[in-house]
Design a protein around this ligand. Structure first.
Ligand SMILES: [Fe+2]
Length: 140
């Protein structure tokens, strides 16, 4: 049987901003690979650390890009959005520690799935009308 996806990308997850959607899908892709390896019992300490390191680096790059776009377009809720990103970084660190300690990669995987999907469909979707309006006005 073909391996199931842990997070299945859906149309409703698209913000319509290509660069951001591509990065979100990149993050989901890393999480899905992580899940596959964890499910197969292949996630030894070294692989676990390598995956979480990749995920953290990529998330950081994504946050910098997203925050740069929101800043450049003067998004009014930027400070709140940055705070949300910062909280994820801290929370991930804490849960990653627990997952390693308890040898339970699913603990981190469940957290990542919930956080990213809620963030993409929640706070990220909130800035879409602002970016669309900015784009329309710029073309006038
Ligand atoms: Fe975000």
């Amino acid at each position: 049987m073909l391996p199931p996806l842990f997070i299945k990308w859906q149309n409703k997850n698209n913000t319509g901003i290509q660069l951001i959607d591509e990065q979100h899908r990149g993050i989901v892709s890393i999480v899905n690979s992580f899940y596959y390896l964890a499910e197969k019992g292949m996630c030894n300490d070294a692989l676990f650390l390598s995956i979480t390191k990749t995920l953290k680096s990529y998330s950081l790059i994504h946050f910098i890009v997203e925050e740069r776009i929101l800043k450049a377009t003067e998004y009014p809720d930027l400070a709140k959005h940055i705070e949300t990103h910062r909280k994820l970084s801290l929370e991930t660190k804490r849960i990653e520690y627990e997952a390693i300690r308890d040898n339970d990669p699913m603990l981190l995987l469940k957290f990542l799935k919930k956080w990213w999907i809620e963030h993409i469909n929640g706070e990220d979707m909130d800035y879409v009308p602002h970016l669309r309006m900015y784009e329309e006005n710029r073309q006038i």
